[in-house]
Ligand binder design. Structure first.
Ligand SMILES: [Zn+2]
Length: 305
Protein backbone atom coordinates (compact mmCIF):
# COMPACT_ATOMS: atom_id res chain seq x y z
CA UNK A 1 0.00 0.00 0.00
CA UNK A 2 1.41 3.38 -1.03
CA UNK A 3 1.87 5.96 1.71
CA UNK A 4 0.48 9.41 0.93
CA UNK A 5 0.22 12.76 2.71
CA UNK A 6 -2.59 15.30 2.67
CA UNK A 7 -1.61 18.92 1.91
CA UNK A 8 -3.75 22.04 2.30
CA UNK A 9 -2.67 25.60 1.51
CA UNK A 10 -5.14 27.92 3.26
CA UNK A 11 -5.49 31.02 1.11
CA UNK A 12 -7.79 33.99 1.56
CA UNK A 13 -9.94 32.90 -1.39
CA UNK A 14 -9.24 29.20 -1.92
CA UNK A 15 -8.02 26.08 -0.15
CA UNK A 16 -5.49 24.44 -2.45
CA UNK A 17 -5.40 20.76 -1.60
CA UNK A 18 -3.42 17.75 -2.73
CA UNK A 19 -2.78 14.12 -1.96
CA UNK A 20 0.93 13.48 -2.51
CA UNK A 21 2.81 10.21 -2.78
CA UNK A 22 5.46 9.92 -0.05
CA UNK A 23 7.90 7.81 -2.07
CA UNK A 24 7.91 9.91 -5.24
CA UNK A 25 6.63 13.33 -4.12
CA UNK A 26 4.19 13.14 -7.03
CA UNK A 27 0.67 14.55 -6.79
CA UNK A 28 -1.97 11.79 -6.73
CA UNK A 29 -4.89 14.15 -6.60
CA UNK A 30 -5.42 17.89 -6.34
CA UNK A 31 -8.50 19.96 -5.73
CA UNK A 32 -9.52 23.47 -4.74
CA UNK A 33 -12.30 24.60 -2.48
CA UNK A 34 -13.53 28.12 -1.78
CA UNK A 35 -12.27 29.37 1.58
CA UNK A 36 -15.43 31.38 2.21
CA UNK A 37 -13.58 33.75 4.53
CA UNK A 38 -16.67 35.96 4.76
CA UNK A 39 -18.49 33.18 6.65
CA UNK A 40 -16.27 33.70 9.70
CA UNK A 41 -13.27 31.89 11.12
CA UNK A 42 -15.25 29.10 12.85
CA UNK A 43 -16.88 28.15 9.58
CA UNK A 44 -13.54 28.23 7.74
CA UNK A 45 -11.78 26.03 10.28
CA UNK A 46 -14.71 23.55 10.14
CA UNK A 47 -14.38 23.49 6.34
CA UNK A 48 -10.63 22.84 6.53
CA UNK A 49 -11.18 19.93 8.92
CA UNK A 50 -13.89 18.44 6.67
CA UNK A 51 -11.82 18.89 3.49
CA UNK A 52 -8.87 17.17 5.17
CA UNK A 53 -11.13 14.31 6.27
CA UNK A 54 -12.64 13.86 2.81
CA UNK A 55 -9.17 13.82 1.20
CA UNK A 56 -8.02 11.21 3.71
CA UNK A 57 -11.16 9.09 3.17
CA UNK A 58 -10.82 9.29 -0.59
CA UNK A 59 -7.14 8.33 -0.40
CA UNK A 60 -8.00 5.31 1.76
CA UNK A 61 -10.79 4.18 -0.56
CA UNK A 62 -8.35 4.48 -3.49
CA UNK A 63 -6.03 2.06 -1.69
CA UNK A 64 -3.53 4.56 -0.29
CA UNK A 65 -2.49 5.00 3.32
CA UNK A 66 -2.48 8.62 4.60
CA UNK A 67 0.46 8.91 7.00
CA UNK A 68 0.53 12.66 7.76
CA UNK A 69 -0.98 16.00 6.79
CA UNK A 70 0.55 19.43 6.19
CA UNK A 71 -1.39 22.69 6.57
CA UNK A 72 0.02 26.06 5.62
CA UNK A 73 -1.41 29.51 6.22
CA UNK A 74 -0.40 33.14 5.99
CA UNK A 75 -0.32 35.23 9.14
CA UNK A 76 1.36 34.65 12.47
CA UNK A 77 1.76 30.92 13.02
CA UNK A 78 2.88 29.21 16.22
CA UNK A 79 4.45 26.20 14.52
CA UNK A 80 5.46 24.59 17.82
CA UNK A 81 1.91 24.48 19.18
CA UNK A 82 0.20 24.22 15.80
CA UNK A 83 -1.85 27.37 16.26
CA UNK A 84 -2.79 30.12 13.80
CA UNK A 85 -2.22 33.03 16.17
CA UNK A 86 -3.44 35.68 13.77
CA UNK A 87 -4.35 35.81 10.12
CA UNK A 88 -5.69 39.00 8.57
CA UNK A 89 -7.51 37.63 5.54
CA UNK A 90 -9.54 34.96 7.38
CA UNK A 91 -9.71 36.70 10.75
CA UNK A 92 -8.25 33.71 12.58
CA UNK A 93 -7.38 34.37 16.22
CA UNK A 94 -5.62 31.59 18.16
CA UNK A 95 -7.11 28.71 16.20
CA UNK A 96 -5.46 25.37 17.17
CA UNK A 97 -5.89 24.05 13.65
CA UNK A 98 -3.20 21.37 13.79
CA UNK A 99 -4.89 19.47 16.60
CA UNK A 100 -8.40 20.02 15.20
CA UNK A 101 -7.36 18.30 11.96
CA UNK A 102 -5.29 15.60 13.69
CA UNK A 103 -8.21 14.60 15.91
CA UNK A 104 -10.44 14.23 12.87
CA UNK A 105 -8.16 12.29 10.50
CA UNK A 106 -6.00 10.39 13.02
CA UNK A 107 -2.60 11.07 11.46
CA UNK A 108 0.18 13.43 12.60
CA UNK A 109 -0.32 16.99 11.31
CA UNK A 110 2.09 19.87 10.81
CA UNK A 111 1.00 23.52 10.59
CA UNK A 112 3.41 26.05 9.07
CA UNK A 113 3.65 29.48 7.51
CA UNK A 114 2.76 29.48 3.81
CA UNK A 115 5.83 31.41 2.69
CA UNK A 116 8.14 29.07 4.61
CA UNK A 117 6.44 26.12 2.93
CA UNK A 118 6.65 27.79 -0.49
CA UNK A 119 10.35 28.44 0.11
CA UNK A 120 10.89 24.80 1.00
CA UNK A 121 9.11 23.64 -2.16
CA UNK A 122 11.07 26.02 -4.39
CA UNK A 123 14.34 24.97 -2.75
CA UNK A 124 13.70 21.24 -3.02
CA UNK A 125 11.60 20.93 -6.18
CA UNK A 126 11.59 24.29 -7.95
CA UNK A 127 13.94 27.10 -8.94
CA UNK A 128 16.40 26.46 -6.09
CA UNK A 129 16.82 22.71 -6.48
CA UNK A 130 20.39 21.53 -6.30
CA UNK A 131 21.54 24.61 -4.37
CA UNK A 132 22.63 24.38 -0.74
CA UNK A 133 21.55 27.83 0.40
CA UNK A 134 18.38 29.26 -1.06
CA UNK A 135 16.78 32.54 -0.07
CA UNK A 136 13.16 32.80 -1.19
CA UNK A 137 11.56 36.23 -1.41
CA UNK A 138 7.85 36.47 -2.21
CA UNK A 139 6.63 39.82 -3.50
CA UNK A 140 2.86 40.15 -3.46
CA UNK A 141 0.47 42.27 -1.41
CA UNK A 142 3.30 42.23 1.13
CA UNK A 143 6.87 41.01 0.93
CA UNK A 144 8.00 37.96 2.85
CA UNK A 145 11.01 35.72 2.76
CA UNK A 146 12.47 32.50 4.09
CA UNK A 147 15.95 31.04 4.08
CA UNK A 148 16.45 27.36 3.27
CA UNK A 149 19.66 25.56 4.10
CA UNK A 150 20.23 21.98 2.90
CA UNK A 151 16.53 21.56 2.16
CA UNK A 152 15.26 22.77 5.55
CA UNK A 153 13.88 26.18 6.47
CA UNK A 154 14.88 28.03 9.60
CA UNK A 155 12.10 30.27 10.86
CA UNK A 156 14.09 31.67 13.77
CA UNK A 157 13.70 31.57 17.52
CA UNK A 158 10.27 33.23 17.37
CA UNK A 159 9.05 32.29 13.91
CA UNK A 160 9.85 35.66 12.34
CA UNK A 161 13.17 35.04 10.59
CA UNK A 162 13.51 36.25 7.01
CA UNK A 163 10.95 39.09 7.16
CA UNK A 164 12.75 41.00 4.42
CA UNK A 165 9.65 43.09 3.73
CA UNK A 166 10.14 44.84 7.06
CA UNK A 167 13.82 45.64 6.74
CA UNK A 168 14.06 49.43 6.93
CA UNK A 169 15.72 50.93 3.85
CA UNK A 170 14.34 54.52 4.04
CA UNK A 171 14.52 55.52 7.73
CA UNK A 172 12.53 58.73 7.15
CA UNK A 173 10.07 57.04 4.80
CA UNK A 174 6.43 56.19 5.04
CA UNK A 175 4.96 54.56 8.12
CA UNK A 176 4.53 50.80 7.58
CA UNK A 177 1.83 48.53 8.98
CA UNK A 178 4.52 47.11 11.28
CA UNK A 179 5.00 50.62 12.86
CA UNK A 180 8.50 51.13 11.47
CA UNK A 181 9.21 53.70 8.76
CA UNK A 182 10.50 53.03 5.27
CA UNK A 183 10.38 49.23 5.18
CA UNK A 184 11.17 47.56 1.82
CA UNK A 185 7.49 46.67 1.63
CA UNK A 186 6.34 50.32 1.76
CA UNK A 187 7.98 50.87 -1.64
CA UNK A 188 8.24 47.51 -3.36
CA UNK A 189 5.17 45.40 -2.56
CA UNK A 190 2.60 45.08 -5.33
CA UNK A 191 -0.03 46.91 -3.28
CA UNK A 192 2.29 49.79 -2.43
CA UNK A 193 3.51 50.11 -6.03
CA UNK A 194 -0.16 50.52 -7.02
CA UNK A 195 -0.79 52.98 -4.18
CA UNK A 196 2.24 55.11 -5.02
CA UNK A 197 1.27 55.23 -8.68
CA UNK A 198 -2.27 56.28 -7.73
CA UNK A 199 -0.87 59.05 -5.49
CA UNK A 200 1.16 60.45 -8.40
CA UNK A 201 -1.42 60.13 -11.15
CA UNK A 202 -4.83 59.75 -9.50
CA UNK A 203 -5.20 56.58 -11.54
CA UNK A 204 -5.83 53.10 -10.19
CA UNK A 205 -3.68 50.43 -11.82
CA UNK A 206 -2.29 47.10 -10.68
CA UNK A 207 1.44 46.67 -10.13
CA UNK A 208 1.50 44.34 -13.15
CA UNK A 209 -0.07 47.04 -15.35
CA UNK A 210 2.35 49.65 -14.02
CA UNK A 211 5.31 47.45 -14.95
CA UNK A 212 3.91 47.12 -18.49
CA UNK A 213 3.79 50.93 -18.81
CA UNK A 214 7.31 51.85 -17.72
CA UNK A 215 8.58 52.36 -21.30
CA UNK A 216 6.15 55.22 -22.04
CA UNK A 217 4.75 56.43 -18.70
CA UNK A 218 7.08 58.58 -16.61
CA UNK A 219 5.08 58.11 -13.39
CA UNK A 220 5.10 54.33 -13.83
CA UNK A 221 8.82 54.37 -14.54
CA UNK A 222 9.51 56.50 -11.45
CA UNK A 223 7.43 54.34 -9.11
CA UNK A 224 9.00 51.18 -10.51
CA UNK A 225 12.53 52.59 -10.19
CA UNK A 226 11.88 53.41 -6.51
CA UNK A 227 10.52 49.91 -5.94
CA UNK A 228 13.53 48.29 -7.61
CA UNK A 229 15.94 50.45 -5.59
CA UNK A 230 14.23 49.62 -2.28
CA UNK A 231 14.12 45.92 -3.10
CA UNK A 232 17.79 45.93 -4.13
CA UNK A 233 18.72 47.68 -0.86
CA UNK A 234 16.84 45.01 1.07
CA UNK A 235 18.35 42.17 -0.94
CA UNK A 236 21.86 43.56 -0.37
CA UNK A 237 21.32 43.34 3.38
CA UNK A 238 20.05 39.77 3.06
CA UNK A 239 22.96 38.77 0.82
CA UNK A 240 25.40 40.23 3.32
CA UNK A 241 23.84 38.26 6.17
CA UNK A 242 22.95 34.98 4.43
CA UNK A 243 25.45 34.72 1.54
CA UNK A 244 22.99 32.55 -0.43
CA UNK A 245 23.78 30.53 -3.56
CA UNK A 246 20.42 31.40 -5.10
CA UNK A 247 17.74 34.02 -4.54
CA UNK A 248 14.34 32.87 -5.78
CA UNK A 249 11.89 35.72 -6.41
CA UNK A 250 8.28 34.58 -6.15
CA UNK A 251 4.84 36.02 -5.47
CA UNK A 252 2.59 37.86 -7.89
CA UNK A 253 5.17 40.46 -8.89
CA UNK A 254 7.54 37.74 -10.12
CA UNK A 255 5.10 37.30 -13.01
CA UNK A 256 6.74 40.46 -14.38
CA UNK A 257 9.66 38.13 -15.23
CA UNK A 258 12.54 39.97 -16.94
CA UNK A 259 11.01 43.36 -16.13
CA UNK A 260 11.67 42.44 -12.48
CA UNK A 261 14.73 40.18 -12.65
CA UNK A 262 16.68 42.39 -15.07
CA UNK A 263 16.60 45.71 -13.18
CA UNK A 264 16.69 44.13 -9.72
CA UNK A 265 19.68 41.97 -10.68
CA UNK A 266 21.52 45.01 -12.08
CA UNK A 267 20.67 47.16 -9.04
CA UNK A 268 21.84 44.49 -6.60
CA UNK A 269 25.05 43.88 -8.54
CA UNK A 270 25.77 47.65 -8.45
CA UNK A 271 25.47 47.66 -4.67
CA UNK A 272 27.71 44.72 -3.82
CA UNK A 273 31.36 45.30 -3.01
CA UNK A 274 32.90 42.35 -1.15
CA UNK A 275 29.80 40.14 -1.30
CA UNK A 276 29.34 37.51 -4.00
CA UNK A 277 26.37 38.00 -6.30
CA UNK A 278 24.05 35.01 -5.95
CA UNK A 279 22.10 33.59 -8.88
CA UNK A 280 18.81 35.49 -9.13
CA UNK A 281 15.93 33.45 -10.53
CA UNK A 282 12.17 33.49 -10.75
CA UNK A 283 10.11 30.98 -8.77
CA UNK A 284 9.00 27.97 -10.84
CA UNK A 285 6.11 26.51 -8.89
CA UNK A 286 3.73 29.48 -9.05
CA UNK A 287 0.79 29.45 -6.67
CA UNK A 288 1.17 25.69 -6.15
CA UNK A 289 4.35 26.20 -4.10
CA UNK A 290 2.57 26.50 -0.75
CA UNK A 291 0.62 23.27 -1.22
CA UNK A 292 3.70 21.36 -2.44
CA UNK A 293 5.62 22.73 0.55
CA UNK A 294 2.85 21.60 2.91
CA UNK A 295 3.22 18.11 1.42
CA UNK A 296 7.00 18.21 1.90
CA UNK A 297 6.57 19.19 5.56
CA UNK A 298 4.10 16.34 6.03
CA UNK A 299 6.49 13.88 4.38
CA UNK A 300 9.24 15.09 6.76
CA UNK A 301 6.88 14.65 9.70
CA UNK A 302 5.92 11.12 8.62
CA UNK A 303 9.60 10.21 8.45
CA UNK A 304 10.14 11.21 12.09
CA UNK A 305 6.99 9.74 13.66
ZN1 LIG B 1 7.25 47.20 8.00
Amino acid sequence: MNDVVIAIDIGGTSLKCAVVDVATGGIRQSERHPTGADRGSQHVSDTIVEVAASLADKARSDGFRPVAAGLVSPGVIDETDGVIVWSANIDFRNVPLRDLVARRIHVPVVLAHDVRAGALAEARLGAGRGAERVWFVAIGTGIAGAYVRDGATDSGAHGAAGEIGHVVVRPDGRLCGCRQRGCVETLASASNIARRYAERTGEQASAADIVMRIADDAAAAAVWAEAVDALADGLRIGITLYDPDVIVLGGGLAEAREALLGPVGAAVRDRLTFQTMPTLVRAELGDGAGCLGAAQLAIDLAATT
